[in-house]
Design a protein around this ligand. Structure first.
Ligand SMILES: [Cu+2]
Length: 291
């Protein structure tokens, strides 16, 4: 064996080891819990009546794209190694073009994948976005940079007016943030509105968020199924203190919910407090509990 042969065979060996090592690393990461969830927030399946189907849609899509990815990376690495330029090769390798079966294959397979993803996403979205006749309606008003919650439950109209973050500028903590109370196992309709600019209502643990657009009401229908305290936040860059536009969500027993309602102000803080463009700096909101 000449020294040149030895060099190229040890190079080939190294490439194989590298390929096996990277495949192994990918498989190992496949075992971690985070990857199994596709990096979704770690939430219980039953947090709301929708979290299970959202998790399934995401994780199943994630498995399919990971398999396609592994196949694609495998073929890529294989062709890089198998068809590398070898000692003594000159000119271009044999070119492959106008191969109809191959072109049909790589057009049809992605198309099928996209259509399949589309139909599953569409079915899940339709099941989530079906209007429900709820006993509890919460009109949520996003504003720079806090939240008003207007509850309408069993004939009671109550409101919670959140703090205005711009008055302070300090980072919010759980004790001082506005808190949205929800009774467990009671279907709720969220009416999402904005008082000024576009915000987005997001409860990460519920795996749902939706934009709040001035002059338009968006809806989320869901049933919280697990008691607990969750984070809520604005998910649309809406100004200087956007990052402090936070709230707590407390899913509690119906009795605790009623007890909380009893501490709130009567009435609703409706669209009369929305700010017109020329009022942005002048409007003040009536203060409620927790300010
Ligand atoms: Cu916002």
């Amino acid at each position: 064996m000449s020294s040149q042969d030895r060099t190229s065979s040890s190079r080939g060996g190294r490439a194989k080891v590298l390929a096996i090592a990277s495949a192994g690393a990918l498989l190992l990461t496949g075992c971690s819990e985070q990857v199994q969830r596709g990096w979704l927030p770690n939430v219980e399946r039953d947090t709301t009546n929708h979290t299970g189907s959202i998790q399934d849609l995401w994780v199943n899509s994630w498995i399919v794209v990971l398999l396609v990815g592994l196949l694609t990376w495998g073929l890529l690495i294989w062709s890089i190694i198998a068809y590398r330029r070898r000692k003594g090769d000159t000119g271009y390798p044999r070119q492959l073009s106008y191969n109809l079966p191959m072109e049909v294959f790589y057009t049809a397979v992605p198309l099928m994948l996209v259509l399949t993803f589309f139909s599953f996403s569409d079915a899940t979205e339709k099941s989530i976005n079906t209007p429900v006749d709820s006993e509890l309606v919460v009109d949520v008003r996003g504003k720079q940079w806090s939240w008003d919650f207007n509850y309408d439950y069993q004939g009671q109209q109550k409101y919670f007016s959140g703090v205005q973050a711009e008055l302070d500028g300090n980072e919010g903590v759980e004790e001082t943030l506005p808190t949205l109370y929800l009774p467990v196992n009671v279907p709720v309709t969220f009416e999402l509105n904005s008082r000024d600019v576009i915000h987005s209502f997001w409860i990460p643990a519920f795996l749902q968020k939706l934009d709040m657009i001035p002059g338009k009401t968006n809806h989320i229908w869901l049933t919280p199924q697990v008691e607990g305290t969750f984070d809520g936040k604005c998910a649309e860059l809406c100004g200087e203190y956007h990052s402090e536009m936070l709230f707590n969500v407390k899913v509690v027993s119906e009795q605790e919910f009623l007890d909380h309602l009893a501490t709130l102000e009567d009435g609703q803080l409706g669209e009369e407090y929305d700010r017109k463009p020329d009022q942005v700096a002048t409007t003040t909101l009536p203060s409620g509990e927790g300010e």
